[in-house]
Design a protein around this ligand. Structure first.
Ligand code: TRP
Length: 369
């Protein structure tokens, strides 16, 4: 699995994305680049560096990106179906209600770019509503999961070009695929960047502003940006959503340790750590930790790390944004609201943004019944 990931990541050259005919009508699938033996390591060195650096911090911490290997992506998919995990349900309700208005704003022949696409299930609501969408570029860090998730899309949307991009979207500076599409005669409509799932909340506000600026740069001045952000602040709702009865979230969190054992020759004892979700009302974020049950030492790539009893590795933040705070955040990055949609329980919001210069007070606020 890691070999596949490395190779896809490093061989993502323009030539690797030559279109081939899919089985159905005019649908086009852009294949994953073939494996190349002896390819230089791609993702793996940054995983190693992040883990080793993170374990030397006073508050040990590992970037949440690394939770999403193939197994992690599968477990996260299970989380989205849990009773306690309301964000997916509430966001889906919103998207069902507003997809057609978003589609009207996007216009015909849109090109959809999705950041951290996972299962691509919510995207179908958008693709289904758009007027002859031209291309879909899902970006995800798990190559195999991405491949499985997009496999049937071309047969569902005739004429849609599906161009999966394997990589860490936080490090993407530009998308050569956009140039490729244009060169291939793809007379693109509007670029629609789809960023659902409250993934924006997994960055600190500073990082989130930097990311939103970067999106503006690679997506262009005419882009539409659709961001899902959670605004729930009630710990009685939040804690079960991030620490469910069945223990799926605990398994998801601990899978990071299993992955480090597997890929970085480490010896974490998974039973010696507990999953914990905490709400920090000051920072308005849920924090995910792996807490050491007792004092212990762990070896990773030949280096030894000490844990006190109760000491934790911080593995994830999920910031919760009120509508006003999210608007400030987006404005700092040069985005302005075109529409804002909220679910019936007022827990989750879908923000439809455009580049600020275009903004001319056309904003609509809509609550989905
Ligand atoms: N984007 C999701 C969120 O913030 C990620 C997430 C959900 C998550 N549950 C998790 C991350 C549990 C780590 C552990 O809601």
């Amino acid at each position: 699995m890691s070999a596949v990931l490395r190779s896809f990541f490093t061989s993502r050259s323009a030539a690797a994305f030559k279109p081939v005919r899919g089985g159905i009508a005019t649908a086009t699938v852009y294949p994953f680049p073939p494996l190349r033996s002896g390819a230089p390591l791609g993702l793996s060195p940054s995983f190693e560096r992040d883990v080793l650096d993170g374990l030397t911090l006073r508050q040990k911490a590992i970037a949440s990106t690394w939770l999403y290997d193939h197994r992690g992506s599968e477990l996260f998919e299970q989380i989205t179906q849990l009773d306690e995990y309301y964000p997916t349900r509430n966001e889906t309700q919103i998207l069902r209600a507003c997809a057609h208005e978003i589609a009207a704003a996007a216009g015909p022949r849109a090109l959809v770019i999705e950041l951290g696409s996972g299962s691509s299930r919510k995207t179908r609501l958008l693709l289904g509503a758009l007027d002859t969408p031209q291309a879909y570029l899902p970006i995800d860090i798990s190559a195999q999961f991405l491949q499985e998730s997009v496999a049937e899309l071309p047969s569902l949307y005739a004429g849609l070009r599906v161009m999966p991009v394997v990589g860490d979207f936080t490090r993407i500076e530009s998308l050569p695929e956009l140039r490729l599409l244009r060169a291939a005669g793809g007379d693109a409509g509007r670029h629609v960047v789809f960023f659902p799932g409250s993934t924006i909340g997994n960055f600190t506000p500073e990082q989130a502003v930097a990311l939103l600026r970067r999106i503006r740069r690679f997506a262009g001045a005419d882009a539409l940006l659709i961001v899902g952000a959670d605004s729930t602040r009630d710990p009685a709702v939040l804690i079960p959503a991030y620490d469910d009865r069945e223990g799926v979230t605990a398994e998801f969190n601990k899978n990071l340790l299993a992955r480090i054992n597997r890929e970085l020759d480490a010896d974490f004892d998974l039973d010696a750590f507990d999953h914990q979700a905490r709400f920090d009302p000051l920072q308005q974020r849920v924090e995910m930790h792996l807490v050491s049950r007792h004092a212990q030492r762990v070896q990773v790539r030949g280096r030894s790390f000490h844990f006190e009893a109760g000491e934790s590795i911080h593995t994830e933040n999920s910031y919760k944004y009120s509508l006003a705070r999210f608007q400030q955040l987006a404005a700092r990055a040069g985005w302005t609201h075109l529409q804002r949609w909220v679910d019936g329980q007022a827990r989750f919001a879908v923000h439809v943004l455009e580049v600020a210069a275009r903004g001319d007070g056309r904003e609509q606020n809509v609550k989905v019944a």
